[in-house]
Design a protein around this ligand. Structure first.
Ligand code: MN
Length: 326
């Protein structure tokens, strides 16, 4: 996924507070963001936003569909760069063709993790296939910590086996939950899982009290630690909780994606598709893309032009932090 907002703001992101003991859930609403390009797909973005920039190292949450691609045209994101992050693609329906500058050519399919590590720099394209009728899924980014943000490019594919916990079917694609562990490496303690909740069921999951969590509801109304979440909302729960109780309040199965991680302690700067630590990092990465540098490489096999970087903001960067929780 590429961040194609016309005037992306530069965000300075900080860790959230520690030691919350109250299971208070913040409800984060999505805003619609058109992806642009030759097709006109719109995504629902819940991270980053003014109220919150990070959940663990998760720093970007886009949710899309179900879209009938005959009507919307589906996804066609031309080659674009990334630095300092990992992209996590997870589909509920449809199929996306991924190509990147380390030579990966992969199909992203429902229930299969595809994780790309940009490290110092990579570029990729993402196009829904002609076989796709309904496109539906999430695109997530993970910030890399300082000691690993210049690591090499990498691409991983993993298919978790769904496990049953109470009234839930759980697919753990990153980290550990409900006794299952993903073998895919992360650079900070992290959790990513799809949950399918039976109608009117309640499930209690054991959680790491050092983790903060976000629950993105795809469909159904789901109560998270007492707070009702509607589709496309992201519920945020801070650290200090050893369990998480989820109730599907609807008469049909509900689906959600649970994200978690230890609060990310470093201040980062996000702009367009880059994560750095300073304005200068962003300027360098942007120049590397505009100059077709080997740092970001070239995507072979995409039919069309690559995405140009937007203009940098003229104004001084406005730092943004996660708000203090009460
Ligand atoms: Mn991307």
């Amino acid at each position: 996924m590429s961040n194609v907002e016309k005037d992306p703001t530069e965000l300075r992101c900080a860790a959230s507070d520690h030691g919350e003991q109250v299971a208070q859930v913040d409800v984060l609403s999505a805003r619609d963001v058109p992806l642009g390009g030759p097709r006109a797909m719109t995504v629902r973005r819940t991270l980053p936003q003014r109220a919150r920039t990070l959940i663990g190292a998760w720093c970007f949450v886009d949710h899309y569909g179900p879209d009938d691609v005959a009507g919307t045209g589906g996804m066609d994101v031309a080659p674009h760069p990334h630095t300092g992050l990992q992209t996590v693609s997870w589909l509920f329906s449809g199929e996306i063709e991924h190509r990147d500058s380390m030579g990966s050519h992969a199909l992203v399919r429902p229930g299969e993790l595809n994780l790309m590590t940009s490290g110092y720099g990579i570029s990729h394209s993402e196009v829904s296939t002609t076989r796709t009728t309904i496109l539906h899924g999430v695109q997530l980014w993970v910030a890399l910590p300082e000691e690993h943000r210049h690591t090499g490019r990498d691409f991983r594919h993993y298919v978790p086996r769904p496990i049953r916990v109470g009234g839930a079917e759980v697919s753990v694609f990153l980290g550990s939950l409900a006794g299952d562990t993903s073998p895919v490496r992360t650079f900070t303690p992290l959790l990513g899982a799809e949950l399918v909740l039976e109608p009117r069921s309640t499930t209690t999951l054991e959680t790491d009290p050092g983790f903060e969590h976000g629950l993105l509801v795809d469909h159904g109304d789901v109560r998270m630690a007492g707070t009702l979440l509607h589709p496309a909302e992201l519920g945020y729960l801070g650290t200090g909780n050893t369990t998480l109780t989820l109730t599907n309040e609807t008469d049909t199965a509900a689906r959600a994606v649970l994200l978690g991680g230890t609060p990310f302690e470093e201040q980062i700067v996000m702009w367009w598709n880059f994560i750095g630590r300073s304005h200068e990092d962003i300027v360098e990465a942007r120049e590397a893309w505009q100059n077709a540098s080997d740092r970001l490489g070239r995507v072979d096999g995409y039919d069309g032009d690559r995405l140009p970087a937007p203009a940098l903001p003229n104004a001084t960067i406005t730092p943004r932090k996660n708000p203090t929780r009460h």
